[in-house]
Design a protein around this ligand. Structure first.
Ligand SMILES: [Mn+2]
Length: 366
C-alpha cells in the first residue's frame, strides 16, 4: 500500500496540470473524476475534466444542474488535440471509439474493469495504474484519498457524488464488495444527505413515457425473446434504451430483451438484457452484431449488454428514405434476434462498418 502511495506521489510530482478524461457519463465516472480532481488539487495541480458523450440520463442531468458541473466538466471536443497526457478513470481502454480517434496517453489510470491488454504492455515507471475488480471505480479513489490522509469537508459535493457513485454502480449496494461498503460508509459521513435523497427523486420528461409506448406497440415476441425499437432518437435520449430493456426483462416468461434505436441518424444503438443462464449474451451479441458489442453478468444474474453499429454514409440516409431505412433495420433486427441461429463457421455480416464498442464494461450499459 505504501508503495502505491509513493508511486502516486511520484507521478503527481512530475506534472503541473492533469486533464481527466471520462469516456462514459455515469455517476461512477463523475464521482471518480471529481474525487481525483480534489486529490490532484491538494498537490497544487491544475485540473480540467473532459467527458465523451452527453448528459442525457435524467439523473445525470439532475447532478449536472444541482452541482453546476458545466463549469467543471467540459465536452471532450474542447480538449486540445495536443494534449495526450491525462488521467483516465472508470475505464482503462485507450483505443475507445467514444474518444472519436483522439490519442491519449494516460499517466493515471484508475478502473474496476478488466485491464486493456495494450496498457498492460506499456505499463511503465511514469504511469500510476490501479485496477481492481471492486463494484465501483470510485471505491478505489476513496481508498486513495484515505491512503493520502485527505479528508473531505462535511457536506462536500465530492463526498456526496462519491456516495452516489458507489451506490449506483453497485446497484444499490447489491453488487458491492466488502471494500465498496467500507468506502461507502466512510464517505457517507461527509456527504450531504439531503442532496443524496434528491438524486433519486427526479422528474421524467413526457417523451420518456412516449418511448415506452412505442416500445410496447412495436414489440415482437417469439417464445421467451422480445425485440423492439423506439425509432429515431437523439443521443441525449439514448439511455432510454437501457431503461426500457431493464423494465421489459422483468416481464414473466421473457428471458431475453433487445431494444434498439437509430441515434442521431448515424448509428444504431442496441441494448440487451438476458436472464437465461444457459445463453451467453456476450456470444449472442458478437455472433450477430460483430466485435463491437459487449456484455457482463451482474450479481443479480441478469446479463447486461449493448452494441453500436454505424449506419452507411449520408447518401443512404435522409428524410426521404427515413421510413424505408427504419423498416430495413427493423426487419434485419427481427431476423437476427428472433430467427437467426449462429453457425460456428459463418461470420455474421452486419452490413455496415461497426464501431468499436467498449466491451469491458460491467455496469455501464445503463
Ligand atoms: Mn464504473
Amino acid at each position: 500500500m505504501t508503495e502505491r502511495v509513493e508511486k502516486f506521489k511520484k507521478v503527481m510530482a512530475g506534472i503541473t496540470s492533469l486533464p481527466i478524461v471520462i469516456t462514459q457519463i455515469d455517476p461512477d465516472a463523475i464521482g471518480s473524476a471529481m474525487l481525483l480532481r480534489y486529490i490532484a488539487m491538494t498537490f497544487g495541480i491544475q485540473v480540467d475534466i473532459y467527458y465523451c458523450g452527453n448528459f442525457g440520463h435524467p439523473q445525470n442531468r439532475l447532478i449536472y444542474t444541482l452541482y453546476d458541473l458545466g463549469s467543471l466538466l467540459h465536452p471532450i471536443q474542447e480538449m486540445s488535440k495536443d494534449i495526450q497526457i491525462c488521467a483516465l478513470v472508470d475505464s482503462s481502454q485507450i483505443n475507445d471509439a467514444r474518444l472519436n480517434g483522439r490519442i491519449i496517453d494516460p499517466i493515471v489510470i484508475i478502473d474496476h474493469h478488466e485491464l486493456d491488454a495494450r496498457i498492460k504492455e506499456e505499463a511503465d515507471e511514469q504511469r500510476f495504474l490501479w485496477i481492481d475488480r471492486v463494484g465501483a471505480a470510485t471505491t478505489l479513489l476513496i481508498e486513495l484519498a484515505d491512503l493520502l490522509n485527505i479528508n473531505l469537508p462535511k457536506n462536500s459535493q465530492e463526498a456526496t457524488l462519491a456516495v452516489l457513485a458507489v451506490f449506483s454502480d453497485t446497484k444499490m449496494l447489491l453488487n458491492a464488495t466488502e471494500r465498496d461498503i467500507t468506502a461507502y460508509s466512510r464517505m457517507l459521513e461527509s456527504a450531504d444527505k439531503d442532496s443524496f435523497r434528491h438524486f433519486f427523486n427526479y422528474p421524467l420528461p413526457q417523451r420518456y413515457y412516449e418511448y415506452f409506448k412505442e416500445a410496447i406497440n412495436g414489440w415482437k415476441i417469439k417464445e421467451a425473446v422480445l425485440v423492439t425499437s423506439i425509432g429515431f432518437i437523439s443521443s441525449r435520449d439514448a439511455d432510454q434504451l437501457a431503461i426500457i430493456a431493464d423494465n421489459l426483462i422483468r416481464m414473466t416468461e421473457i428471458q431475453l430483451v433487445v431494444t434498439w434505436a437509430i441515434v442521431d441518424n448515424s448509428h444504431m444503438r442496441i441494448s440487451a438484457r438476458c436472464t437465461d443462464l444457459s445463453l451467453s449474451l456476450h456470444d449472442f451479441l458478437k455472433d450477430r452484431f460483430g466485435q463491437n458489442c459487449g456484455a457482463k453478468t451482474s450479481a443479480l444474474g441478469i446479463a447486461e449488454g449493448g452494441g453500436l453499429i454505424k449506419l452507411p454514409n449520408a447518401f443512404w440516409t435522409g428524410y426521404e428514405v427515413k421510413e424505408e431505412l427504419f423498416a430495413l433495420v427493423k426487419r434485419k433486427m427481427e431476423y437476427l434476434v428472433l430467427e437467426y441461429s449462429a453457425t460456428p463457421m459463418k461470420q455474421t455480416d452486419t452490413e455496415s462498418e461497426a464501431c468499436e464498442w467498449n466491451n469491458n464494461n460491467n455496469n455501464d450499459y445503463r
